[in-house]
Design a protein around this ligand. Structure first.
Ligand code: GLN
Ligand code: ZN
Length: 800
C-alpha cells in the first residue's frame, strides 16, 4: 500500500436493502409504471430513501466520512445498472437511448420489463440466492461507453449531505462472465472476449469518481468464487488478472476494494493478490480464512487491507459473534490492516428485527426475536466487531484490557447466551420427528417402473397429445388480497374467507374449462406465497410481519423462519383440492411446494445440515400427498423452482447437495400409486446444469421455464436423453406481454424439433399470480389456439 492510500474503514457492509423499510421504493416504482407519479417524483422518493439509508447506517455505527457506507441503491437491479452505465443496451432497445447512449428512467424499466414485441433482458438467479438479476446481452455490436453518470451523481448527492460514501458497481469480470452472447453474435462468441473494450469504460468511471472525491470504490466480483457459471475457470482467472492489473495500474484513481461474496476465492486469491488493488473482501461465512499461502502471495496480502466478511449477509440468525470475531482475528495474522464486514450484501435480509411485534409461531414462546439479526442488527454487529478489533478485545484477549474492550466482551457474551438459549429452546428438537426420520429405508425413496406408471396414468387420465396445463397460480387479484388482509385483521371470519376463496376457485375452474386446458388447477388464491403458506401450516416455522426481501425489480417476498423441527399438525391443502375436483371432470392437480424450495425461500436454522431439515419437510409433504391421493386427487405437483438455486457454487459440494435435495423430493413423492401422476416445476432455463438431478427426481412430468430464452433449453433436454414428460414454457410470465399465436406456435414447434412429441406438455413458464387477468386470459387462449394448430399439423405419435 502506498502512503497516499486512504485507510479502509474498520467496519463496513457490502450492501444494504434498497427497497425501503416499508417497501417505499416498490410502491414508488409501481406508481411510476402505472403513470400516477412522474419520473421526477420517483427520483425524489429514491433520493429520500438513499438519504434515510445513510442516516440510519451512521446511527447504527458506520462512519459518515470514512467510505464505510456503500452506495448500493438501484431502481431495479445492479446488473442492469452496470449494463446501462457501460452502454450495453441491446439493439432492440437502441431507440430508447439518446445520442450519447443515455437511457432515461422509463427506458431503463423498459429494458427490464420488455415492451410490445421487444422481450426484456432475461432474468436469472444471482449465485445461490433467491435474488434475480437481469442478464446483459453482449455481442460484437455492443459499443461500450460511459453512458450514465448516475453512480457519480449519487456519490455527489451523499457528499452534499456530509457523507463520504463508497460507490459500488459490479466488477467487469462478473459483468461479462454473467452476460450472454446477443442474438447478433456468431456461434462460440463469448462476452468475456470483450474485456479489453470494456475496461476503458471502467477506467473513465473510476476517473470521474476520483475527481468527484471518492476515496474508495467497491467492485463486486462474485463470479470469481463460483464454479457453476458457464465460463472456463482458466479464462475467468485470466480475465481477473488482466482486469485488475489494468485498472490497478491507473493513476489518480480511487483505491479499489474487490469484494468476492458467496464463497471462497480459492485459486482466484493468488491472482488478485498479485494485482495492485488495495483491498480484498473474503466471505468467511461460506469460506475459510486462507491458509497454506506461499511467500509471494502472503507478502502481497500483507500489503493490502483484508476485509473479513464474518457477519452472514444471507441469513437472519444473530449467530455466534465470538466465532465471527475469531475469524476476523485469524485474518489479522495475514495483514496488519483488517476490517470487518458482512459476508454478502444485506440485500438478502429484511431491514430490522425491531419492526416485528409478534413473530408469531406455534410452539415458540416469543423469544425468537432475541435469536435474530436482520440488516440493521447486522450493521450493529459489524460496528461492535470493528470496535473490538480496534480495541484489541476478543476471545483470546485478557479481560479488562480496556473498558471499551469490556463493553465488546459483553456484547459477544450476550450473543453467545442467546445462541445457547436458542439451541435448548422447546420445539427446536422434537423426538417423534427425529425418530421417524431416522427409521427410513431405501424403499421409502422410490416409485415403481416408469413405463408401468405411464400406462397406468394413461388409463387413469386419458389426456390428449400435447396436454396443456398451467403451473398452479392464477392472478392474485386485489379482491383476493383484500380478503386475506381482512381475515388477518379479523374483519372476515374463516368461514366467510373460505367462501370467497371457493367462489374464486369456481371462477378459475370455469375459465380453464372455457379456455380448454386439460389438467386444471385451483389457482392458489388462498396462498399469499407458495412457501409462506406451508410455513404457516407447519410446526417449526415463524412468519414475519415486515420482513420483506427483494426478489427481483419491485417484487419482494417475506421469507419465513424455519427455527425448529418440522411437522404437519393436520392436512393443509386437501379440502381445497377436493373442493376443486368436485367442480370438474377434468383432473385437478394438487399443488405443493417441495422441500428444497421451502428451505431455499425461508431463513433456515443453521444448527444442523440442510439435508436433515429437508427430510423433515419431505415427511410432512409425504403425508399431505398421501391424504390428497386418498381423497381422489390423481395428479400432484410438487414445485421445486429453487433446485438450481441452492446448487452449491463449488463443485466439491455438488454430490452431497444432489443427494439430499433429490432424496427429499423422492421421499415426499414416492409413496403414491403408479396411476397417480407426479409433476414437478422448475423455474430457470439452465436445465443442463442440473439435468442429472432432474432425472433422478423421477417425476412423471417436469415443467420448466423456456419462453424467455426462446427454447434454448431444448438442446439440453435432447442431448441429455431425458425421457419423461417435459413442459418447456411457452409464455414468459415475468413480463406483461401477451405472446401471439404465431410466437407460441413457433416455440411449440421448436420444442418438437428436439423432443419426442409424446413427452411434450404445453404450459406457461411459471405461475400466473403476478399477472393481470386480461393478459393472462389472452395469453392462455393464444396458447390453446397454437396447441390446437400444432396438434392438427403433427400426426399423433403412436404410444411408445
Ligand atoms: N405453483 C406455483 C405458482 O404457480 C409455482 C411458482 C414458482 O414456480 N415460483 O405460483
Ligand atoms: Zn416457476
Amino acid at each position: 500500500m502506498t502512503n497516499s492510500t486512504p485507510a479502509f474503514p474498520p467496519g463496513t457492509i457490502l450492501g444494504y436493502p434498497r427497497i425501503g423499510r416499508r417497501r417505499e421504493l416498490k410502491k414508488a416504482v409501481e406508481a411510476f409504471w402505472a403513470g400516477t407519479i412522474t419520473a421526477d417524483e420517483l427520483e425524489s422518493t429514491a433520493a429520500g430513501l438513499r438519504r434515510a439509508t445513510r442516516d440510519r447506517l451512521a446511527e447504527l455505527g458506520l462512519g459518515r466520512r470514512d467510505s464505510s457506507i456503500p452506495e448500493t441503491f438501484s431502481f431495479y437491479d445492479q446488473m442492469l445498472d452496470a449494463a446501462v452505465t457501460v452502454g450495453a443496451v441491446p439493439p432492440r432497445f437502441a431507440s430508447l437511448a439518446d445520442d450519447d447512449g443515455a437511457i432515461d428512467l422509463a427506458g431503463y424499466f423498459t429494458i427490464a420489463r420488455g415492451v410490445g414485441e421487444h422481450a426484456p433482458l432475461e432474468m436469472t438467479k444471482w449465485f445461490d440466492s433467491n435474488y434475480h438479476y437481469l442478464v446483459p446481452e453482449i455481442g460484437p455490436e455492443t459499443v461500450f461507453a460511459l453512458a450514465s453518470d448516475r453512480i457519480v451523481r449519487e456519490f455527489e448527492e451523499a457528499r452534499e449531505t456530509g457523507f463520504l460514501t463508497r460507490p459500488v458497481i459490479v466488477g467487469p469480470v462478473t459483468f461479462l462472465a454473467l452476460g450472454k452472447a446477443s442474438d447478433e453474435a456468431p456461434a462460440g462468441y463469448r462476452p468475456l472476449n470483450r474485456l479489453d473494450d470494456l475496461l476503458p469504460v471502467y477506467a473513465t468511471l473510476l476517473d470521474r469518481l476520483s475527481v468527484a472525491g471518492a476515496e474508495w470504490v467497491q467492485l463486486d466480483e462474485p463470479a470469481l468464487v463460483s464454479e457453476t457459471i458457464d465460463v472456463a475457470r482458466a479464462e475467468l482467472l485470466g480475465a481477473a488478472e488482466y482486469a485488475y492489473s489494468t485498472l490497478g495500474a491507473l493513476t489518480g484513481r480511487p483505491s479499489i476494494f474487490v469484494a468476492a461474496p458467496y464463497g471462497s476465492l480459492d485459486d482466484a486469491l493468488p491472482i488478485l493478490a498479485a494485482t495492485p488493488v488495495e483491498a480484498l473482501g473474503f466471505d468467511l461465512v461460506r469460506g475459510d480464512v486462507p491458509n497454506g499461502l506461499n511467500d509471494t502471495v502472503a507478502s502481497a496480502l500483507a500489503g493490502k487491507t483484508l476485509v473479513a466478511g464474518v457477519i452472514d449477509g444471507h441469513n437472519i440468525w444473530r449467530g455466534n459473534l465470538a466465532a465471527a470475531f475469531g475469524a476476523a482475528g485469524a485474518l489479522a495474522a495475514l495483514s496488519p490492516s483488517v476490517s470487518v464486514s458482512t459476508s454478502t450484501s444485506l440485500l438478502h435480509v429484511p431491514h430490522d428485527v425491531d419492526d416485528e411485534s409478534g413473530l408469531g409461531s406455534r410452539g415458540n414462546d416469543g423469544d425468537l426475536a432475541s435469536w435474530l439479526a436482520f440488516a440493521d442488527q447486522k450493521v450493529e454487529q459489524v460496528a461492535v466487531l470493528a470496535r473490538g478489533l480496534t480495541a484489541g478485545a476478543g476471545p483470546g484477549a485478557a479481560s479488562g484490557a480496556t473498558s471499551g474492550a469490556d463493553a465488546i466482551r459483553s456484547e459477544l457474551d450476550a450473543a453467545s447466551a442467546a445462541l445457547a438459549a436458542r439451541l435448548a429452546a422447546p420445539g427446536v428438537r422434537d423426538g417423534a420427528v427425529r425418530d421417524r426420520a431416522a427409521s427410513l429405508t431405501e424403499a421409502d425413496f422410490s416409485r415403481g417402473d416408469y413405463a408401468a406408471r405411464v400406462a397406468a396414468q394413461e388409463a387413469a387420465l386419458g389426456l390428449p397429445f400435447l396436454p396443456t396445463t398451467t403451473i398452479g397460480s392464477f392472478p392474485q387479484t386485489r379482491d383476493i388480497r383484500r380478503a386475506r388482509a381482512q381475515l388477518t385483521r379479523g374483519e372476515l371470519s374463516t368461514g366467510e374467507y373460505t367462501a370467497l376463496m371457493r367462489a374464486e376457485i369456481a371462477r378459475v375452474v370455469e375459465l380453464q374449462e372455457e379456455i380448454g386446458l386439460d389438467v386444471l388447477v385451483h389457482g392458489e388464491p388462498e396462498r399469499n406465497d407458495m412457501v409462506q403458506y406451508f410455513a404457516e401450516n407447519l410446526d417449526g416455522f415463524a412468519v414475519t410481519e415486515n420482513g420483506w426481501v427483494q426478489s427481483y425489480g419491485s417484487r419482494c417476498t417475506r421469507p419465513s423462519i424455519l427455527w425448529g423441527d418440522v411437522s404437519r399438525p393436520k392436512p393443509i391443502t386437501v379440502e381445497w383440492s377436493t373442493y376443486t375436483q368436485g367442480l370438474t371432470d377434468k383432473p385437478v392437480k394438487g399443488m405443493l411446494t417441495g422441500p428444497v424450495t421451502i428451505l431455499a425461500w425461508s431463513f433456515v436454522r443453521d444448527d444442523q445440515p440442510l439435508g436433515d431439515t429437508a427430510r423433515q419437510v419431505a415427511l410432512a409433504l409425504r403425508d399431505e400427498i398421501h391424504d390428497l391421493e386418498a381423497a381422489g386427487i390423481r395428479v400432484v405437483q410438487v414445485d421445486e423452482p429453487a433446485l438450481r438455486e441452492l446448487l452449491p457454487l463449488k463443485k466439491k459440494d455438488h454430490a452431497d447437495y444432489l443427494d439430499w435435495s433429490v432424496g427429499s423430493f423422492r421421499l415426499a413423492t414416492a409413496g403414491v400409486a403408479e396411476a397417480t401422476q407426479v409433476h414437478t416445476h422448475l423455474c430457470y432455463s439452465e436445465f443442463g446444469v442440473v439435468i442429472d438431478a432432474i432425472r433422478k427426481l423421477d417425476a412423471d412430468v417436469t415443467s420448466i421455464e423456456a419462453a424467455r430464452s426462446r427454447m434454448e433449453v431444448v438442446g439440453d433436454i435432447r442431448s441429455s436423453g431425458f425421457d419423461h414428460g417435459i413442459g418447456p414454457g411457452v409464455y414468459d410470465i415475468h413480463s406483461p406481454r401477451v405472446p401471439s399465436v404465431a410466437e407460441v406456435t413457433e416455440l411449440i414447434e421448436r420444442a418438437l424439433e428436439g423432443i419426442p412429441g409424446r413427452q411434450v406438455w404445453i404450459n406457461p413458464d411459471c405461475g400466473l399470480k403476478t399477472r393481470g387477468y386480461a393478459e393472462t386470459v389472452a395469453s392462455l387462449k393464444n396458447i390453446l389456439e397454437a396447441t390446437r394448430a400444432v396438434r392438427a399439423k403433427v400426426a399423433v405419435p403412436l404410444p411408445a
